[in-house]
Design a protein around this ligand. Structure first.
Ligand code: FES
Ligand code: FES
Length: 152
């Protein structure tokens, strides 16, 4: 089937299989490999994207369900080559090791700060609880979130 959707502000179309995930379509059909595929079962958050403004795991959404909707991936969080403040904060705080979790964390953090500009520690941990990182121990990631919130 053919789907048409808006991705990062750009109208796109793709020919997809009915059972195919939005994550697969983004990565393999639309040339957007920023969203990572780590578990493919909604456990790790590495595939986090915004679907009509809501944070979702792209591996749990069918590409067909995104037909006619608006998606923002990590590629669309910043403005062109300018880093989003959250991306800059992850760099500045040293919150990236292997980087596999980073795209999902950036999208989830940007979504958090959009709705809660000055989150409490609890709100930060709650908002990122669906994003697993195997490397950092989370301390630097939480530093990055605080840094991004302070920079806004
Ligand atoms: S790849 Fe989607 S939650 Fe892990
Ligand atoms: S930096 Fe490696 S999984 Fe988070």
């Amino acid at each position: 089937m053919n789907i048409a959707l808006t991705v990062n502000g750009e109208r796109m179309e793709a020919e997809v299989w009915e059972g195919e995930s939005l994550l697969f379509a983004l990565r393999e059909r639309l040339g957007l490999p920023g969203s990572k595929n780590a578990c493919e079962q909604g456990e790790c958050g590495s595939c986090s994207v915004l679907l009509d403004g809501d944070l979702v795991c792209a591996c749990l959404v069918l590409a067909a369900q995104a037909n006619g909707h608006e998606v923002v991936t990590v590629e669309g969080v910043g403005a062109g080559t300018d880093l989003h403040p959250v991306q800059q904060a992850f760099v500045d705080a040293g919150a990236v090791q292997c980087g596999f979790c980073t795209p999902g964390l950036v999208v989830a953090t940007a979504a958090l700060l959009e709705r809660t500009p000055n989150p409490t520690e609890y709100e930060i941990r709650e908002a990122l609880s669906g994003n697993l990182c195997r490397c950092t121990g989370y301390a630097k990631i939480f530093d990055a979130v605080r840094l991004a919130a302070a920079a806004r």
